[in-house]
Design a protein around this ligand. Sequence first.
Ligand code: CTP
Length: 365
Amino acid sequence: MMTPGATKFIAPLTFQALSGASVSVDPFEIPRQDDIEHIELSHWADVIVIAPATANTLAKLAAGMADNVVTASVLATHAPVVLAPAMNTNMWENPATVENLRRLKERFFYIVEPEYGELASKREGQGMGRMARIERVLTQVLYAVTQPKTLAGVRVTVTAGRTEEYFDPVRMLTNRATGRMGFALAEMAVALGAEVTLISGPTDLTPPDGVRYFQVIHARQMLEMVQSHYPNNGVLIMAAAVSDFRPEAFSQNKIKKTGDSLQVRLVPNPDILASVAKHKKALHVGFALETDDEIERARDKLKRKKLDLIVVNNPNVPGAGFAVSTNKVTLLFKDGTTQELPRMDKRLVAREILIRIIALLEQAS
Ligand code: CTP
């Protein structure tokens, strides 16, 4: 398929001669007898690749337009769509393009980011926006068509965020977790067809569409929620940063300062994973935030909490941990294998984790 713009660079006849396949250009043309119409093409395709994808095409796709054979096919398809953007640097960096890409990523388009290099316009010379090498495009295509696509009918319970443990109406013990990793996991699991329950501590994030959402404040509430939404035969993902301690006493009134030091005695909170591990009937995935000896300590946690998989991250590594949109994690499996993932967007980390979970579920069945 070619957009009208593409035909200005290369004639459809050239593509037809080189590929030996017919080339579709006009969505309104009446197909010849042995041709497939674009609507049919969009059902027939296992994957649609747009390479190069111009800023104009990205904008049209982000808006859901269907004004040429390429955009119309994308709008009509259920197949994964891989986009390999190529454009000049200013267009690539323009906030409109940035926003369009963000929307497309949200809708699970596969984006093969462009590279730095020589651009088509001689005036510009080198810059960001050159189309990705074809091997990189191919990798995404293979990924899009081979990844297991479904968690259909599988119950997935995800915990996210932090807990807040109050010792008077305004003061509490907490940590810096924002909930982003857990929300991304819930969102991806919904996209893969799972029945998702998301249990989160206090957060500013909006729960993704399609999840059953419960908000809790402290660890004991989270334990209760996890127990009542325990996903029998499904998957429990504990991405929440649960406070290990809580103040022993709670004062109904705000504690006044007296000039003296204040002692707040902390007592241990229940360990949610350890408590549901006693009657384990689902796949359990835990997270570990470690600043030192991370692999060894996480391996110990994996055993202690009877986990199938533990996701380890170190908040001191740039682009990992709390309050950033990316993460860099290592996966440790029950069978002793380890996989280190590169730094990437938390949504993509979520997808990688869920792909591993699907494989573990398949092994178990
Ligand atoms: N977790 C839990 N209940 C708790 C604390 C933690 O279920 N009270 C879960 C977390 O959601 C996470 C995993 O256990 O999936 C590991 O959390 P982490 O705080 O790193 O582990 P701890 O067991 O608290 O170990 P540490 O001694 O390192 O704090």
